[in-house]
Design a protein around this ligand. Sequence first.
Ligand SMILES: [Zn+2]
Length: 663
Amino acid sequence: MIRSAAGLAALICALGWSVSALAAAPVAHAIQVRIEPDMQQLRGRDQISLNTPRAVTLLLSARFRIDSLRVDARSVEVQAKLVDGLQHISLPRARRIDVRWSGKLAPLDSSLDHRDTLTYHEPASGREGTFLPSGSGWYPQVKGSLARYSVALDLPADQRGLVPGRLVEEHLAQGRYRARFEFRHPAEGIALMAGPYRIEERRVRTADGSEVRLRTYFHPEIADLASGYLDSVEGYINLYEREIGPYPFSEFSVVSSPTPTGFGMPTLTYLGIAVLRLPFIRATSLGHEVLHDWWGNGVYPDYARGNWSEGLTTFMADYAYRERKGPQAALAARLAWLSDYAAMPRDQDMPLDHFTARTHGATQIIGYDKSAMLFFMLRDEIGKAAFDRALRAFWRSYRFRIASWGDLRGAFERASGKDLSTFFAQWLQRAGAPDLRIADAKAEPAAGGWRLSVTLDQGAPAYALSVPLAVRTAGGEITRRVELARERGTAVLDLPAKPLAVVLDPELRLWRHLAPSEAPPILRDLMLAERPALIVPTADAAVQEAAHKLASQLLERADTASADASALLVVGLHADIDAWLAREAMAARPEKLAATRGSAQVWTARARDGRVVVLVSARDAQALAALARPLPHYGRESWLAFEGARMIARGTWPTQPQVWKLK
Ligand SMILES: [Zn+2]
């Protein structure tokens, strides 16, 4: 199940297409496929042409029988080797291959959760939906080759289906629905989707005058959402055409899935019915997926040298939408990235140019969040006008070509006239981040005003940083940037008024390790702690049992001895928690989490010794038990309120910037 917008945005791209070797001569498939979802039957024919004659290996799922195989018009006996559920069929040197195959698809299992769907590679079918993933061997794929294709679909009259690409023709005749699609760019594989869809369509024109067909393929129960989704897709296409350049494809479709899934592919996104019903999907993940038709599906990352497309897409979609809401929302987004990074164990860190695709939490923090922050810092460095110019030029130069981080750097250097080699090298090739601190600050009267010396320390190795400082003076706050290229350096600022305090990077404009006081504690601090301990300040057996169950969901293991624990989980009923806080001389229950709000509240705090404490306070044992399933999904939050298992409010505590008070 999808529980947060951020989680979905990340998962949705996990199986996005990748194009690793566009230089390889592509092959072309001409596929005809007939599917009977009621009986899970598939029958297909594929006429494969190769640019230059060569020996190839075909990959086809073991669930299919090959009915005939002709190589350059000669019949060939099938000799297949079975590896991981795929038949590997080695063929002699040829230019044309003609394969007919048939067999039974797996039954569609709508009880799968999202993670299962991500790893579930079987081609599956049923009345409610058919999903034949790329790589599942539903058609004879040429091993190790990119391919252009056309796919002609043949389905029962009450079903509709599609593959990524341009819809060339469709018609309904003799009780069958038939449609043909073409994809003219080299692709790594083909995914096919079908279901009892209602289609809504809208035609729009791109900035360069060509027509784009926008469609929803929705199950009847969500057909009323179609026009809202079409409005949003049209809005995103207009937005990114203005920012980057004309939309590069002739279609974009939003397709519903009976399983709670989320996939992005060129020209379409495939999302679970329950996901499409979530109100925030149109406002966040959908725009991210549309933007991938420029970054990822339009310009291909050079995977061997790092994937820049997730960071740039996150910056121009998810983050940009926050920025449009205002500076506070944008700051909150940067704080969320840096808080996640602060909670990540340092030994999991890695250089950004090692990121290729999301596989676990740490790769998301680096490949999406740090990468998006790199683009944010770059815009600060060269200014918005040069930044926007660079992206448009990059798009013109690399449309449907592979581009590396180095190619991106070149575009930004040409647009800004600046040498950005140090900037890119330090943020791409190094794991880690600066540990920025104010080491000292002194002020003295000077001619016409005051002179302030600020000594900054960043640890080793040093980064070349332009550090924002806010100086509070008797005449108001003054913001300045100071350059720091060594481990420690002193900057001198001339000010018109007496400085009272210096604040380090108060808007969090740099990717860095937050100081403990700056990072608001979040649940993940407990979940990733080395030696967490559980405290249940009550003898009530039902509460004890629910508390231990909850702890086992949040923590790999928990001690009950708190003396040398690195973080504490304190679980109990409202009165137990209030009494425990008073006994430990900690701040009382936060006002926004009054015991009357929902059936349970969860919040983070720091004990007097600096350890992170997570407090879970419930109305009764039943309310406590209800938290076990949802709570582990909210690692990024500082506080939450629940009604039963339903989250009704959440947030992170504000950051406490590093302030140096002057005498
Ligand atoms: Zn993505």
